[in-house]
Design a protein around this ligand. Structure first.
Ligand SMILES: [Zn+2]
Ligand SMILES: [Zn+2]
Length: 351
């Protein structure tokens, strides 16, 4: 049986739903106006900056982004193509640590990994320079359980900026803190490799986000320290952060909703390329326990998990049956799925 790892009241669907689909998969009229006006009405009723600002984060994030813009205009990407390729290489490396590691493995338990792969994922995740694994997993589980409500750390109904980066610039909404405390994190704390990474997060981050990625081009192909620093910190690091944040912002605002028209998350190709395979976000919110994070996804992260499963380091890869996906898509989707034309229009949609 496919586990629903989040909670009994999560919106995630399992095979059980298929058996009992008449009661569990409800058909509602698509109220597009309601969806479009949600952001506006939230702003009017709740206000924007009710919570206290984190000035340290505001200054740091703003300065880094100013440096990013300056570096993009002044850095000569053609002076040494190896250095430019290393920017892309580190985006993939860090991207796999985030998507394959802290997201699909530790948050959603969409597959299991042997200690060898978990060590690799800890190192790769550290190279993304984000919060420690405990904080990331807890926030993301809250995000799935209370998507786009006050308890969602990056509630997209508060607008693009808040869901992209604004949420990191202010204290959390009391509901986020309350719900975050209720999240069961025992599985993460039972993994000694994850616990080690949480305990030594600052030092691991320093080594794998900053030190080694900068040293590598200097010693491998005689890049200058200055260019190695600018390319890895001001360009690559900021790109990785923004690509990851775009899942919470772009992929909750723009795109289609083939699997559930009644939620904000969307399918967005730009986000998919930027995040090495996490842009099928409408699907992911409906089936968060699918190791592919997409119905058809054969992108970088999924292929790497498949590779590790071939050598035995990844196992118990979970995914829903095609029948369940099709049923959900027809009952709740917005009609944009490519299979929509191939199946009879459901009577429930005509009423
Ligand atoms: Zn989401
Ligand atoms: Zn997720």
């Amino acid at each position: 049986m496919m586990p629903n790892i989040l909670s009994s009241d999560s919106k995630a669907l399992t095979e059980k739903d298929l058996q009992n689909k008449e009661s569990s998969i409800t058909t509602k009229a698509i109220d597009k106006n309601n969806k479009q006006n949600r952001s506006e009405s939230y702003t009017k009723s709740e206000g924007w900056f009710k919570t206290e600002l984190k000035w340290m984060n505001i200054v740091t994030i703003s300065l880094l982004h100013l440096c990013f813009v300056y570096a993009c205009f002044t850095f000569n990407f053609f002076e040494n193509l190896m250095t430019t390729a290393w920017i892309y290489g580190m985006i993939i490396i860090a991207g796999f640590g985030v998507t394959g590691g802290v997201h699909r493995l530790w948050t959603h338990k969409a597959y299991k990994a042997k200690w060898q792969l978990r060590i690799i994922l800890v190192v790769l995740y550290a190279s993304a320079g984000m919060n420690d694994i405990f904080e990331w997993v807890r926030d993301h589980r809250v995000h799935h359980k209370y998507t786009d409500t006050d308890a969602d750390p990056h509630n997209s109904n508060r607008g693009f900026f808040f869901s992209h980066v604004g949420w990191l610039m202010m204290k959390k909404h009391p509901d986020v803190i309350r719900r975050g405390c209720e999240i069961d994190m025992s599985d993460v704390l039972a993994d000694p490799i994850a616990v080690f990474a949480i305990k030594y997060s600052p030092i691991l981050k320093f080594i794998f986000t900053f030190l080694l990625p900068i040293m590598f081009p200097v010693y491998a192909w005689n890049e200058t320290w200055f260019r190695a620093f600018v390319s890895q910190i001001f360009i690559r690091y900021i790109l990785v952060l923004n690509f990851t944040w775009s899942v919470n912002s772009v992929a909750h605002i723009w795109g289609s909703r083939p699997y559930d028209a009644h939620i904000n998350p969307t399918e967005n190709l730009f986000v998919n390329y930027a995040t090495v395979g996490e842009g099928y976000h409408n699907y992911h919110h409906v089936f968060p326990w699918d190791y592919k994070a997409s119905e058809f996804n054969n992108f970088v992260t999924t292929n790497l998990i498949k590779f590790f499963s071939k050598i035995g380091w990844a196992y118990d890869l979970k995914e829903p049956s095609k029948e369940l996906v099709k049923t959900v898509m027809r009952k709740r989707g917005d009609g944009s799925h490519s299979l929509w034309e191939a199946v009879p229009y459901p009577a429930s949609k005509i009423e």
